[in-house]
Design a binder for this molecule. Structure first.
Ligand SMILES: Cc1cc2nc3c(=O)[nH]c(=O)nc-3n(C[C@H](O)[C@H](O)[C@H](O)COP(=O)(O)O)c2cc1C
Length: 446
């Protein structure tokens, strides 16, 4: 396509997450189909590339108690997306599903089904799920060390791709008239022997109009980046500032080229949030209000406990930071994100420096540290800033993570998308029927 580069946009309904606001009267159900439908329809009205769901397989716990937010529920994503396929026409539909606790044949078949049902709109966000706590839900427990999870993920994805690509030309419906058995090569048998999987199988489904589901990857370690650069079509990244984004994009493009691909075969989409106002001051005020909705007094203590890894329930959230040092050892916090490996000494020092230099209370510091709002301003300012990220090679677009469900995407689609379109930086209508087509990846090697 000629003209300036265009953004790719996705909508992320993140479910149980520390940035999701529940107390607001506008917050709706996290499990009702109408919530998913509202956000997906809004994303399609905005001609987004895709709608995206996270995976959380175990309720988070802190000091042995379940996080209050987690009891709102989190349905299984492929089932939700299958239902959304019936009420949307062009929007891509992507689910996060881990490769650690699933089997390739079964999962490849489920995604192939979603891909066919949706007419070529399915995407699979591959995660390896980092914590043994989640592993306890499964027969093998928290098995596999971190680097082995990527060995498994790579073999898993390779096998899934083989299965999706095994439906030969001879198996198309034209042969039906003869009423005969199909030739052996019509559906090629996939024989795979590797350290993780020993499989002899034939796929049960033909390819969709996009050939195979789009592969997305989220995970940031050395092994994660290498895997993504060689295998993924899209990376869902947490590098949402300009400088971090530029460094990440350059790193990924280099790795892609090293693995024999073109640099832009992989689209990098960081997770971002936004707050709009009629003036810059109004937007800043709203942003502050939202940060305090996200970081309630109880949440402020919970965040500090995650960093210090010790009981801080005696502290006043409106008072100073803990005057003790963080401790290592058994984690106080269990479950996705909460238990991420962090450098406690470095992060607590950052908290202290921020609190000291700006005179912030514990709650104010927790709000600053845990609730990064990427774009705050008027719709015009937000649109310009987003375009400038694209032009600076800090990303190929964004995964928008609303802080409220189901209406959190509405203002962006109503007020920012029209400006991106006017400036020629985002599509005004879909020009493809498939997710691969929306991403500009048609014709690239599958
Ligand atoms: C932006 C982003 C979103 C993620 N979303 C999920 C998720 O929804 N479910 C999940 O289990 N893991 C999620 N992860 C983490 C993955 O499980 C990842 O595979 C894990 O952190 C281990 O990989 P790493 O060490 O390479 O980061 C996400 C990671 C990133 C960067």
């Amino acid at each position: 396509m000629s003209g300036p580069r265009q953004l790719h946009l996705a909508a992320f309904l993140q479910g149980v997450n520390h940035t999701t606001v529940w107390a607001d009267p506008a917050a709706g159900s996290q499990v009702a189909f109408s919530s998913f439908e509202h956000m997906a329809r809004t994303a399609e009205r905005g001609t987004f590339d895709f709608f995206f769901l996270a995976e959380g397989l175990r309720l988070r716990e802190q000091k042995g108690l379940i996080h209050d937010l987690d009891v709102v529920g989190r349905p299984e994503s492929i089932a939700v997306l299958s239902a959304l396929a019936a009420v949307t026409e062009r929007l891509g539909l992507a689910a996060t599903v881990n490769t650690t606790f699933n089997e390739p044949y079964e999962l490849a078949r489920r995604f192939a089904t979603l891909d066919l049902l949706s007419g070529g709109r399915a995407g699979w966000n591959i995660v390896t799920s980092s914590d043994a706590f989640t592993g306890e839900n499964f027969r093998r427990g928290g098995y596999l060390a971190h680097d082995e999870r990527y060995t498994r993920a790579a073999e898993f994805a390779e096998l899934a791709k083989e299965l999706w690509g095994s439906w030969g030309e001879g198996a198309v419906l034209g042969d039906r008239a003869s009423g005969a058995f199909l030739r052996e090569e019509a559906v090629r048998e996939v024989v795979h022997t590797g350290p993780q999987f020993d499989v002899r199988a034939r796929a049960t489904l033909p390819p969709s109009p996009q050939g195979r589901p789009v592969i997305i990857q989220a995970g940031d370690s050395e092994e994660g980046r290498t895997f993504a650069a060689s295998t993924a079509d899209v990376i869902f990244s947490r590098h949402s500032t300009r400088e971090a984004g530029q460094a990440f994009v350059a790193d990924i493009r280099g790795r892609a080229v090293s693995s024999g691909r073109r640099g832009d075969d992989v689209k990098v989409l960081p997770a971002v949030s936004w707050v709009l106002g009629d003036t810059a001051a109004e937007a800043a005020e709203r942003a502050q209000h939202i940060r305090f909705q996200q970081v309630t007094p109880a949440n402020a203590i919970a965040f500090a406990e995650q960093v210090w890894n010790r009981d801080l329930s005696d502290l006043d959230p409106d008072g100073p930071l803990p005057d003790v040092e963080p401790v290592e050892g058994e984690l106080l916090s269990q479950g996705r994100a909460a238990s991420r490996r962090i450098d406690r000494a470095a992060v607590s020092a950052q908290w202290r420096e921020l609190s000291r230099s700006r005179g912030l209370t514990l709650r104010e510091t927790a709000a600053e540290m845990s609730s990064h709002q990427s774009f705050v301003g008027t719709p015009e300012a937000v649109a310009e800033e987003m375009i400038s990220f694209l032009d600076a090679d800090a990303c190929d677009g964004f995964v928008l993570t609303p802080h409220i469900n189901p209406g959190g995407l509405d203002d962006f689609v109503d007020r920012v998308v029209p400006l991106l379109r006017e400036r020629g930086r985002f599509r005004s209508e879909y020009t493809s029927t498939t997710l691969r087509g929306h991403l500009g990846l048609d014709g690239r090697p599958l």
